[in-house]
Design a protein around this ligand. Sequence first.
Ligand SMILES: [Zn+2]
Length: 412
Amino acid sequence: MTLAKDLFKKIDGYRDFIIDLQTQMTACPAITPHEEGGLGESAKAEVLLKALKAMKFDEIKVIDIKDPKSPTGVRPNIIAKYYGENRQKTLWVMAHMDIVPPGDLSLWKTDPYKVVVKGDKIYGRGVEDNQQGLVSGLLVAKAMMESGVRPPVNYALLLISDEETGSQYGIAPIMKKYGKLFGKEDTFLVPDSGNPAGDMVEIAEKNMLWLKITTTGKQTHASTPNNGNNAFVASSHLIVALRELYKKFPKKDRLFGDVPYSVFEPTKKEANVPNVNTIPGSDVFYLDSRVLPCYTNEEVLKEIGKIVKTIEKKFKVSIKVDVLINEKSKPTDKKSDIVKLVAQSVKAVYRNNPSAQGVGGGTVASFLRNAGYPAVVYSKLDETMHQPNENSSIKNTMGDAKVFTLVALNLK
Ligand SMILES: [Zn+2]
């Protein structure tokens, strides 16, 4: 434990470093270039590369994913590796560089891109999501390097682009085209979600299934329903019939806490006819399903297909189901070393009672889990991300760095 204690002491001395790096990163607004005025991650990546190059990493690599919309033509992704005694295996900390826009500026008390520090809190867009996690991951390497400590396995940072808007210029193409960068035994920590108690060790998520459902009947005047076919009525019956999904897929998994079952909820409803005296010939609504990993989305789609058929027959309409999102997610084994190690480390640092949990989906960890890697999402967060006056706790940044240090020292 004395080795860990020495590293903890180092980390406790990094307050100025944390503030400085947070300030520099926040000044480079890494908003997706697919949004009006978004500049992408390139400037922020430069700031980070400079910081990483000033440290003793053994390998630093940039993977540029082409994106014609980005002012630089690319979306950068950075890998920085510090060798361990066994170089065949790597503990990765994955964090994202992109941020969401600040939203209504009148709700901000300070400039979102100029960091303000008040006691333990740093204010600015991106400071919590995901710069806090990024800095925590970096501090672990800094402390080990400055103390001349080599961990049992490699310790590496994977700093990605495009997490907020679908990962198509970040972890998705990296896993697809650069899979060789990762060893079979590699393990991932993703400090991008958490709660104020710091007791949530996230290891699973539900499968996401978003559908657009269009019902087509025949438009007519409201006074002569016999001349048409009311799509809204058929669609309403369909919505009610889809409640059967709850009975068809009833399993529960306590890992998912307050909502231990699959959910199938009608959500968005598109406007149909603009006037009261027209019977709509078309009706569109959306279904948001989050399915426990013990089921597949295909099973759900099959069941929905059956329900759709009965409604089509009964109401003589045609119904089209468009799949908008279909993402499966393999859970990380609750009994895997990394899950146990993170829980132990959290307990040792924060003296709380952490537990493995699942979330409603979908996080960026699913790309890693689906590629076959164990991935644990952990951080201690006040959950101000995406909000005005987003802020990050320096204490939590250091605390999480200590958690990751313990994991790095003990993962074999
Ligand atoms: Zn995030």
